[in-house]
Write a new protein. Sequence first.
Length: 63
Amino acid sequence: MKKNVGSIDKTIRIILGCAVIVLGIIFKSWWGVLGLIPLLTALFGVCPAYLPFGISTCKKETT
């Protein structure tokens, strides 16, 4: 699968994912598990929500 998540997008997803997990732990809520979604999309570099729209935040290669 072609990567569609760029470096700035990855950084934002990691910060957001960690924040949601920490808030889930602080408030003792299972909603913190949702923080895994942005972390996993950052880890793999592919966002399934971007695919149908053809969005990519990766830098385009210049040749």
